[in-house]
Write a protein that binds this ligand. Structure first.
Ligand code: EZ4
Ligand code: CO
Length: 410
């Protein structure tokens, strides 16, 4: 059969680590006929491990391969490594996958969503991140999102008695960046304080702003199943869109216990990297939304499988979209979100300046909905010269400790 079909050889693949506002890892693939595709390989706080996985072990295998064979390349990198799954490997494979979809779209002259079956909706519902150190600050933040036309808002506020609370941004910018330290900083966590405060927070927001928008909250993996069940039951009157990551995500059967105690919808999966991480959660209908991302769950090719599995069981999508996923990742997510039948919602935090100098995007926000735009491929141009101006420096996420010093889930 050799020689019967034309090829489109990969002639170059390179990894760029740059920090326009925060660290990002980008894979660039070029073909013999000058097509360029880009993929996001950013793994927050562990960036260089993916850069090395790609540079040292993947790029040499890509050179000379046919750029058109996305599915084959995915399986070659996944099964060919022998060692399965894992955040580093799956992020590296995801970057290759995104870049190849980008190239396929550019060759076809079509946006990637057209190659995935075409749009199932006009645009993608997103939720914004409102937060505040006080409930007054939070009110101002929520109001700002509602004024901008957002239909869904995540709310986080500082827990009284704790020095640092996850997810609080500065009022001026509608985003936060938890990976700040050149070493991981220690935060102190107290479940009792949080469980007292969280229902007051949600009740406050509904009292102030009513039920005319979707309300979300991220628990960030800190409770036991029983605590999460109790919180979910307390929150039922406020009709949340979801309660996110109530317990550490890798313990799938824990969600059975949460489910048995509350009808508050549950979302989980931002730390997942494969379909196997969410198989039980989906097939046993233990969650309502699956939050795996294009970058950390093996790219468009693999995340699409997760979404199709979820569709069979009535689970909807709600992909992770924090700013530690690059604009390439967000764009890839939007293309996929636009097509799948069981789309739910997309997390959206605008990237902080100067990210837009390095990543030129075509997605557009209107009335609380994002559209990926109509450019061929993923619609993101990566400016390598601009990237050089922003060198990498180590940044770590915090670590949580209980008051007695025990390491807890962050
Ligand atoms: O803490 O992406 O829902 N969003 C989140 C994020 C995560 C960061 C970790 O890198 O939970 O803010
Ligand atoms: Co989260």
């Amino acid at each position: 059969m050799k020689g019967r079909y034309t090829h489109m050889k990969i002639t170059d693949a390179r990894v760029v680590v740059t920090a326009p506002g925060r660290n990002f890892v980008t894979l660039i693939i070029e073909t013999e006929d000058g097509m360029v595709g880009v993929g996001d390989a950013t793994l927050n706080g562990r960036e260089l491990s993916v850069a090395s996985y790609l540079r040292d072990h993947v790029v040499p295998l890509l050179l000379g391969r046919d750029a058109r064979r996305i599915e084959d390349t995915w399986n070659y990198l996944y099964k060919g490594a022998y060692w399965r799954r894992g955040a580093v490997a799956m992020t590296a494979i995801a970057a290759v996958d995104m870049a190849l979809w980008d190239i396929k779209g550019k060759v076809a002259g079509l946006p990637v969503y057209e190659l995935l079956g075409g749009a199932s909706r006009d645009a993608v519902l997103v939720y914004g991140h409102a937060s505040g150190h006080t409930l007054d600050d939070l009110d101002a933040s929520v109001q700002m999102f509602l004024n901008k036309g957002y239909k869904a808002v995540r709310v986080q506020a500082s827990v009284p008695g704790l020095e640092h609370t996850y997810g609080i941004g500065s009022p001026a910018v509608a985003a936060y960046e938890p990976a700040n330290g050149s070493m991981p900083e220690d935060d102190v966590w107290d479940t009792a304080l949080y469980l007292d405060f969280a229902p007051q927070l949600i009740e406050h927001v509904r009292e102030q702003f009513g039920h005319g928008f979707h309300l979300l909250h991220d628990v960030h993996h800190r409770l036991t199943p029983n605590e999460a069940g109790r919180l979910g039951a307390r929150l039922e009157p406020y009709r949340m869109w979801w309660m996110e990551d109530p317990t550490p995500a890798e313990d799938q059967s824990a969600f059975r216990l949460i489910r048995s105690q509350t009808t508050t919808p549950i979302a989980v999966g931002e730390v997942f990297n494969s379909i196997w991480d969410c198989q039980q959660l989906i097939t046993e209908r233990l969650i309502d939304y699956i939050r795996a991302s294009v970058t950390h769950a093996g790219g468009i090719t693999h995340l699409r499988r997760i979404f199709f599995l979820a569709e069979l069981y009535g689970v909807r999508t709600g992909s992770h979209g924090a700013t530690d996923l690059s604009p390439i990742s967000l764009s890839a997510a939007l293309h996929l979100d636009l097509t799948v039948a069981n789309f739910g919602i997309q997390e959206y935090m605008p990237h902080l300046s100067p990210a837009d100098e390095v990543f030129r995007t075509t997605y557009e926000l209107r009335d609380g909905y994002l559209h990926p735009g109509h450019a061929p491929g993923l619609g993101v141009e990566f400016d390598e010269a601009a990237a050089e101006k922003y060198p990498y420096a180590p940044r770590y996420l915090p670590v949580n400790r209980l008051v007695d010093g025990t390491v807890h889930d962050w």
